[in-house]
Design a protein around this ligand. Sequence first.
Ligand SMILES: C[S@@+](CC[C@H](N)C(=O)[O-])C[C@H]1O[C@@H](n2cnc3c(N)ncnc32)[C@H](O)[C@@H]1O
Length: 196
Amino acid sequence: MSSDWNDYADGWDGNSDVRLYANRAFAALDAFAGITGGGWHDKRVLDFGCGTGLLSGKLAPHVQEVAAVDTSERMIAVLAGKALPNVRALHADILDGRGAGEGLRGFDLICASSVCSFLPDYPGAVAQLAGLLNSGGLFVQWDWLARDRGGSGLTVQQVRDVLHQAGLDGIRVEQVFEMGSGGQAMPVLMGTGSRK
Ligand SMILES: C[S@@+](CC[C@H](N)C(=O)[O-])C[C@H]1O[C@@H](n2cnc3c(N)ncnc32)[C@H](O)[C@@H]1O
């Protein structure tokens, strides 16, 4: 498997598992936060590690704006090619220590779908992202559930600890769905917390 996300960009949307993951993540978010219920039309969203924007595209019709950010130039090129209304596609590393760019703060919701377990400094990233939320704003992540530390993915306790260290409130971490791969069930967790 390549370590460069650019190599996956062209085939990303053609992968039915990737599309199913995004559908299930959005369904879990909607059940939790009522995104499709009409109360989010004036809200701003950051889709961190957006890839080709599968989740951004589902969120966009229900919110004011989605800033969709990814460090992979090719992923962002695929998303930009979709020209989704309400979605601002940005090739940027907002964790590079130079601070988030213009307009990249004051979010009501930050989503990170299948991103956090790939980050070299997951705790540092969540602490920075939490600082981009409005008071009461929600951070949501989805990742493969690891049973033990050291396995691929994240454990429930690891996510709880990191969201807590980032100063988030009302933290919930639970398995929300599972994917099947080669006959093997792969559970996915959703972690949520809000800025005080
Ligand atoms: C498994 S893909 C998930 C893509 C998308 N969220 C989805 O669910 O289809 C992980 C994505 O995270 C992005 N990524 C990794 N590190 C990142 C960082 N520091 N900032 C922004 N994006 C990052 C990768 O480029 C890649 O597009």
